[in-house]
Design a protein around this ligand. Structure first.
Ligand code: NAD
Length: 281
């Protein structure tokens, strides 16, 4: 059984990206820039945003955080996005979610130039991904995809089951695995016989937010199990998969922490560089 080391894979990816940034700088005398808009005082968001900035700077990107209090009005945020859309020094724009209730998520996401949408949430990017065209892909499923491919480069004809249908995780994950010629089932809170569905999976991706939902007798012997869940419990941070049980059955599994999590930020950096490169052509 392989424990899929997301920390090491993310470190390798960041190192490759750093080389890429160095080369872009030599060639164009410019580096990609990532701007993050952070609204309010939600502590986890603040931590994520600081980590994103630190990782961006480490690989040589320009990084900027624009902070607003949670009383900020929607119009001001939309005007700032419009300004950033026009700014040549900004390759990628990310608005950290969740937003305060009085700010409309969809309006904000729609306002970001799709060519600078490093989160891959803009409807143009969602549509392009599902049509098989070039697009920004949401960072967490992109990271999962890279981890799966490391274990199994040829996914042709594999049966993939994805638990969770969020726009952030489950839906884009489905598109990525369809593109790999998997036969994909997407399961969710209303799915009947969830365990039986999971048992069919060669590749099982779980993004639900319920601690240790997936048990050892839910997975097929020799499967690859990717655990996206991050749940705070009395035992500390745990995933959506019961690691102790499932690691005895699966061929490969991501731990929590240290699996998918580190890949998410590395993929954000990757997306920022991709946006920059697309802006050059
Ligand atoms: P979400 O709440 O938006 O979606 C959860 C999905 O799970 C929904 O589609 C729902 O239908 C499904 N679901 C709920 N209960 C279910 C059940 N009993 N059986 C089957 N499906 C069920 O969540 P999300 O934003 O996709 O996040 C999911 C998990 O991933 C959370 O734990 C979150 O913290 C974590 N997460 C991790 C990363 C990372 O970088 N590792 C990034 C984002 C989210």
């Amino acid at each position: 059984m392989t424990i899929i080391d997301g920390k090491k894979t993310a470190a390798d990816l960041r190192s490759n990206l750093k080389n890429e940034v160095d080369n872009l700088k030599k060639k164009y005398n410019k580096v990609p820039g990532l701007t993050v808009i952070l609204i309010g005082e939600y502590a986890p968001s603040k931590i994520y945003v600081r980590n994103k900035e630190k990782s961006a700077v480490e690989i040589g990107l320009k990084s900027e955080i624009i902070e607003y209090p949670d009383t900020i009005d929607e119009k001001t945020v939309l005007e700032k996005i419009s300004e950033l859309n026009k700014d040549e020094n900004v390759s990628g724009i990310l608005v950290q979610l969740p937003l305060p209730k009085h700010i409309n998520n969809k309006k904000i996401i729609d306002a970001i130039d799709p060519n600078k949408d490093v989160d891959g949430f803009h409807p143009n990017n969602v549509g392009n991904l599902s049509s098989g065209y070039e697009s920004s892909v949401p960072c967490t499923p992109l990271g999962c995809h890279l981890l799966i491919k490391k274990i199994e480069p040829n996914l042709n004809g594999k049966k993939a089951v994805i638990l969770g249908r969020s726009n952030l995780n489950g839906k884009p994950m489905t598109q990525l695995l369809l593109k790999e010629n998997c036969t994909v089932t997407i399961a969710h809170s209303k799915t009947k016989n969830l365990k039986e569905e999971c048992l069919k999976a060669d590749i099982l991706v779980v993004a639900v937010g319920i601690p240790k939902l997936v048990k050892g007798d839910w997975v097929k012997k020799g499967s690859i199990v990717i655990d996206v869940g991050i749940n705070k419990t009395d035992e500390g941070i745990v995933g959506d998969v019961d690691f102790d049980e499932v690691s005895k059955i699966a061929k490969a599994i991501t731990p929590v922490p240290g699996g998918v999590g580190p890949m998410t930020i590395a993929c954000l950096l990757k997306n920022t560089i991709e946006c920059f490169k697309r802006s050059l052509v």
